[in-house]
Design a binder for this molecule. Sequence first.
Ligand SMILES: N[C@@H](CCC(=O)N[C@@H](CS)C(=O)NCC(=O)O)C(=O)O
Length: 258
Amino acid sequence: MTVVLWHIELSHYSEKARWALDHKQIPHERRVPMPGLHGMSALVHTRGAQRRLPVVALDGRRIGDSTAIIAALEEYRPEPALYPADPAERARALELEDWFDEHLGPTLRRFVWHHTLPDTDLVAGTLFTHPSPGRERLLRATAPIATRAVRMDYGVSAESAAAARVDVVGAMDRIEAELQPSGYLAGDAFSVADLSAAALFTPLLAPPERPYVPAGAAPAVLELREELMARRGGAWVMDMYARHRGVSAEIGAPVAVA
Ligand SMILES: N[C@@H](CCC(=O)N[C@@H](CS)C(=O)NCC(=O)O)C(=O)O
């Protein structure tokens, strides 16, 4: 049975699921629902259980939520492992995954959307990394309504974006504080903790190995990117991508030629 991922190209939670699928080299198809219909698509594919993407079809099951998806993939294809074998290290890795999911994911999204939404060209360039003229026309036609909906859904405002900036910098502090002598967040090897922290930073830091990196970014995003890239934690995110992002296992993905 083909493994299918319903995802949003830009989304950092989707990037967690893509990275896990690619890391474990699980061949899968990727489907991108039309912006505006993401919630509906998640509800349909999980039969009402989830209104967020990513969602994975795996072994006859529909699984929503990036953390639950990685847990299911770990069972389905245990090697290469994303969960440390040592119980204490595993508990630490899962705690860190959770912390970055809850503290970095929503705040970084709030900050990036606040500064991106006023520029419809930028929004289109962010959502469509391949030409999609039909979808882009629809997006432009509905931009004022869609902008309001995104602001409401994610709690985006000038005040919340300012607070989010502080929290994003705090998440970078946490990476730097938690890094072990090994250079990883839990134990001596790459784990779900490293994958989560690095993936959740990508809409801001845009490592070149991340698929679907938008061509442009808002000035405030570029400014914070520069600030964080000058830090040890920013260099660490780049390093995790360079060393561990690996090759896509998407069925029909373009093959990289040397
Ligand atoms: N806790 C979830 C969060 C997923 C999430 O927030 N997804 C957002 C994109 S970043 C989404 O589906 N937004 C579209 C919508 O709700 O319509 C996870 O880890 O997968």
